[in-house]
Design a protein around this ligand. Structure first.
Ligand SMILES: Cc1cc2nc3c(=O)[nH]c(=O)nc-3n(C[C@H](O)[C@H](O)[C@H](O)COP(=O)(O)OP(=O)(O)OC[C@H]3O[C@@H](n4cnc5c(N)ncnc54)[C@H](O)[C@@H]3O)c2cc1C
Length: 290
């Protein structure tokens, strides 16, 4: 099912993100972990993609499996860093053949194995969005950054660039993780002010291990509020306590978003079904209210 239909028809959506294995050897165990998340029947699931195409087959296989085995709509990510028009055309043909209906169109970041300045027909995700729209038949989403993308000169410029991506045919946006909802509300205000009218879906990352904090900051440059740092300082060395605290912090963010009228939420639960289940259990009565 196309995600624009899901988003339009459902009053509340909770979606989960999973990632594919990096190697063939890990395929079965990683697929099973993704299936354990799918068995919780979220409203849809997204499957990430190794920039440069390193996991393309696995991304497709997992997206296809989730749809077929669990009837959960999926969105497959696709990056264009180092890609040519021909390689993207081939990828889109494969995606169509695999029954993929939704694509999160991304630029991606040059992986270490790729040459420094690879020949490419693509410089920005907006160009990939254009190609996918020309190809036809897919619902296309894109990424956005409430705290600004690290390459952008400033947040204003970043939002102007985001508008180009939406004008190219991007039908909804999913945000980078953030840990202070005020950052999201502020971004939403500025995006709407810039004329971006498509649904903007907040991405919530439940941090359930102390080591994830460093990675999250390194990956996204996101601001960690003192309230959350205190939680990690206090519970970080107790695995079970940190998991519970991280799930509750993420749930609290989600409840605040819902209370502010944001009804489509994406959760970076990655391949952790316990975390995904924890979030859904915490929201069980609230979900019934919609
Ligand atoms: C929800 C989400 C999912 C993700 N999934 C994956 C994944 O599966 N695999 C993966 O490898 N990575 C993934 N990423 C990471 C993403 O690939 C990186 O953040 C990458 O650096 C930017 O990708 P983008 O699609 O946002 O790029 P773009 O939208 O192209 O933006 C990149 C930068 O270029 C600037 N820019 C855009 N257009 C123009 C223009 N016309 N002129 C000048 N500047 C411009 C923007 O302001 C920004 O600074 C994801 C990120 C998010 C938020």
């Amino acid at each position: 099912m196309k995600l624009n239909t899901v988003i339009e028809n459902e009053k509340l959506t909770i979606s989960f993100e999973v990632f594919p294995p990096k190697t063939d050897a890990d395929f079965e165990s990683v697929r099973q972990a993704a299936y354990d998340v799918a068995a919780l029947h979220p409203d849809y699931m997204s499957v990430t993609y190794g920039a440069g195409g390193s996991t393309s087959g696995h991304t497709l296989a997992i997206a296809q499996g989730i749809q077929k085995e669990y009837e959960v709509p999926t969105i497959a990510h696709l990056t264009c860093v180092g890609a040519t028009k021909q390689s993207i055309h081939n990828a889109l043909c494969e995606m169509k053949q695999a029954g993929v209906e939704n694509i999160l169109a991304l630029r991606g970041d040059r992986p270490a194995w790729m040459e420094q300045e690879p020949f490419t027909d693509y410089h920005y995700a907006s160009e990939l969005v254009e190609t996918i729209r020309e190809f036809g038949g897919f619902c296309v989403g894109g990424a956005c950054y409430p705290e600004g993308h690290p390459d952008a000169g400033n947040k204003r410029e970043d939002i102007q660039n985001l508008k180009k991506k939406v004008d190219a045919g991007c039908e909804f946006l999913t945000t980078q993780m953030f840990f202070d909802n005020n950052i999201f509300y502020n971004f939403l205000y500025h995006a709407r002010e810039a004329g971006i009218q498509v649904p903007i879906i907040p991405g919530i990352m439940p941090i359930t291990r102390k080591t994830q904090v460093k990675n999250a900051v390194k990956l996204s440059g996101c601001h960690m509020p003192e309230r959350f740092i205190n939680i990690v300082d206090h519970f970080g060395s107790d695995k079970a306590a940190m998991q519970q605290a991280g799930i509750i912090y993420a749930t609290d963010q989600i409840i605040d978003l819902l209370a502010n009228g944001i009804t489509h939420i994406h959760v970076y639960s990655m391949n952790n079904a316990d975390v995904a289940r924890g979030i859904l259990n915490n929201l069980a009565e609230i979900r019934k209210a919609y």
